[in-house]
Design a protein around this ligand. Sequence first.
Ligand code: AMP
Length: 395
Amino acid sequence: MNTLENLSFNQERALIRVDFNVPLDDTGNVTDATRIAAAMPTIKHILEAGGSCVLMSHLGRPKGNDPKLSLGQIVPTLEKHLGQSVQFCNEVVGQKAEAQASALQPGEVLLLENLRFHEEETKGDQVFSEALSKLGTVYVNDAFGTAHRAHASTTVVAQYFAVKKCFGHLLAAEIKAIDKVMSTGEKPVLAILGGAKVSSKITIIENILPKVDHLIIGGGMAFTFIKAQGGAIGKSICEDDKMPLALSILEQAEKLGVKIHLPVDVRAGQEFSNDTPQQVFPINEIPDDWEGMDAGPASEKNFDAVVKQSKTILWNGPLGVFEFPNFSKGTRALGASIETQTAAGAFSLVGGGDSVAAVKLFGLEDKVSYVSTGGGAMLESLEGKTLPGIEAILA
Ligand code: AMP
């Protein structure tokens, strides 16, 4: 398989799918440039290897041509990160884009307009994909966040590059991080699944169960398991229709020799708010008018002990309603345990929307081994699906 390192970029024009779907303020300034910064290693590698770069991305969900979602607005931020000037083409495909692309000299960079100004992009249109392919001599995909979509720029365009195609640094790192958890990581492997609903994580649980040694189930999800086992959960969230499934997961885990860890106590509130009176109860003895909203202190201790014996750790989903500071202790404590264990040499991957938000909120981004940038793509990988954007490069 070709990689960024073994492909020659000398005199080549790399067509790179990046993820520049960044937040903008009302006047079009980039308010968080994390994704732009993250794309730099791949772009700089190609420029330093004697190539030029044609960058393509989507921004938001435009319906047709929408100046508020023009990628032209990000050029100053991109130039600042690259430390050089960037040309912009206000078209995506066609004569003008081809002329600008083919005029690029080694070391130069061209950014195309928002791919999603064309509905053909998300439809994975063949003609549009072929038109995109004319803009480069090598294709590089560095956008993990859209790798689970069979769009023109993420998947179909790759067909037009028989061998000259590879993953960028960012996408390669995401694939490696997920592989560590799913197959190559050092044992014991621990997965921590939290968040609101069992139903949204069920395919993940089923897929990872044979691959892990320990599974912590926390957050709102845990109450379906506790109630299914006969516990009193008060007015905590619960999916009654998923209780048989919860029991079968526990059974399956036992057969596979996977140790499941549920919370043993809970910080509960009388209503769903930050300032509601708070009390700790055993997880299966929550009074009728109380709602479990965070892992309790004994659970924190138990989870800490599990984290401290693990060599590979996946964390997806908070242990409580971490958005309320008064109910963020359990999630915060788990983050601190993972931080300590990572410092002691374990590999830790945090992925999926809300746990990434929690890690950012608690300032742990640099304290874990890897924070995944792709929410949906990460979840689909954990579900065991082959992502079309990844398959297209491997084909
Ligand atoms: P998910 O997107 O499924 O990972 O769920 C994340 C959401 O679950 C966060 O917004 C949390 O506030 C919420 N959550 C976690 N624990 C609880 C709980 N015990 N009760 C209600 N919501 C919860």
